[in-house]
Design a protein around this ligand. Structure first.
Ligand code: CP3
Length: 342
């Protein structure tokens, strides 16, 4: 193995190659659990912070320095490419993305702008600044998948029921597919910019796809996520595909073209490995809430996840969803040490 990010434990585990130790990183590792993050974000809005390469670089590096994780994930958000394309939206602290004029009609969909690569120059610039700082540590780029992006655009903000999203999906499938087609285009462009700038892997977040049955997922979502992931097949970087509550969708999500299927804490990894088969690695899946239990419990659960992950062709240790803001960062550091020592 060489000392290049393309030959790192993360990339090798994603491809199902042998690794010296199980690589570990955490979704939302950069964020409010870190005092240094809360400090640097003072007075800077979320979207504004994502547009400033100096801030993106520093915030992306913070968890790498502190926890010694095996990968950095670019500090950004799934709605950043939508905002860059010209959609009027904001990320409201404690709420999430809020869209000024939700997309509900054929005219709204027709008016959705395309993403020109130059509009996300700040992302490419951030990646270029990060690569020399990271050295052998791989940088993960990411984007939101069409369904999850559509849910924010149609609902206008976070939702528990996805009622308006499903109303369009079931009520006007043609309009739904037209919207997802445009979103897939934005997502491909956004990921290609990151890949050309030098990220070593990409993750497609379809965080809320678990709201759908497998049949509906296959009919309304899979074609669009396949277009995104399939479109990157020749890009030379592993593709991770993640969602929450997707126990019954894991097989279909693997079929979308990912190298790695991300698994939340509800499905044991040995079972997930059986479902996705020998052509996919798995990522996950410690319950983020376990980090609030005594250390003995964290250790026992982390060892269980490692053990069950052995059933897959490759395993990237992670949480089953993002780090919660109230998490004690010292527990995360200790968890990385534990994973590295096993
Ligand atoms: O460390 C990392 O994982 C990289 C950074 C990252 C952020 N958002 C930063 C962020 C990533 C990968 C995302 C992706 C994202 N954004 C997803 C998919 C991942 C997931 O959690 O399922 C989704 C659904 C979003 C939309 C979104 N943005 C939500 C639901 C929120 C949280 C709202 C809140 O305040 O609790 C955001 C805001 C956001 N994105 C924050 C961060 C660090 C918090 C903003 C802040 O610090 O004020």
């Amino acid at each position: 193995m060489s000392n290049l990010p393309a030959d790192s434990a993360l990339v090798r585990a994603c491809r199902g190659l042998d690794v010296p130790r199980t690589p570990v990183w955490f979704m939302r590792q950069a964020g409010r659990s870190l005092p240094e993050y809360r400090k640097i974000r003072q007075g800077a809005g979320m979207l504004e912070s994502c547009r400033r390469p100096d801030l993106v670089t520093e915030i992306t590096l913070q968890p790498v320095r502190r926890h010694d994780v095996d990968a950095a994930i670019l500090f950004s958000d799934i709605v950043v490419p939508l905002a860059a394309a010209g959609v009027d939206l904001d990320i409201v602290a404690g709420t999430g993305p809020v869209v000024a004029e939700p997309i509900r009609t054929a005219d709204d969909v027709a008016g959705l702008p395309v993403l020109e690569p130059e509009a996300v120059d700040f992302v490419a610039e951030s990646v270029r600044l990060l690569l020399p700082e990271l050295g052998a540590t791989p940088l993960i780029g990411f984007a939101g998948a069409p369904f999850t992006l559509a849910s924010y655009l149609i609902e206008g903000g976070p939702s528990r029921t996805y009622l308006k999203t499903k109303a369009m999906m079931y009520g006007d499938p043609q309009l739904w597919h037209a919207l997802c087609d445009r979103l897939a285009g934005i997502t491909v462009t956004f990921l290609q910019v990151q890949i050309e700038a030098g990220v070593s892997a990409v993750q497609l977040f379809d965080s809320w796809a678990g709201a759908l049955s497998e049949a509906d997922y296959r009919q309304y979502v899979l074609p669009h996520s396949s277009r995104v992931l399939g479109g990157l097949a020749e890009a030379g970087v592993p593709r991770i595909h993640f969602g929450v509550g997707t126990g019954l969708l894991l097989e279909a999500m693997g079929e979308a073209g990912a190298d790695v299927v991300g698994v939340d804490w509800r499905t044991p990894l040995d079972r997930a490995a059986q479902i996705v088969g020998p052509d996919h690695s798995v990522q996950g899946n410690l319950d983020p809430a376990v980090l609030f239990a005594p250390w003995e419990v964290v250790e026992r659960e982390a060892r269980r996840v490692l053990e069950q992950g052995k059933a897959a062709r490759g395993h990237v240790f992670n949480l089953g969803h993002g780090v919660m803001p109230e998490t004690d960062p010292d527990v995360l550091t200790r968890l990385v040490e534990l994973i590295h020592s096993v």
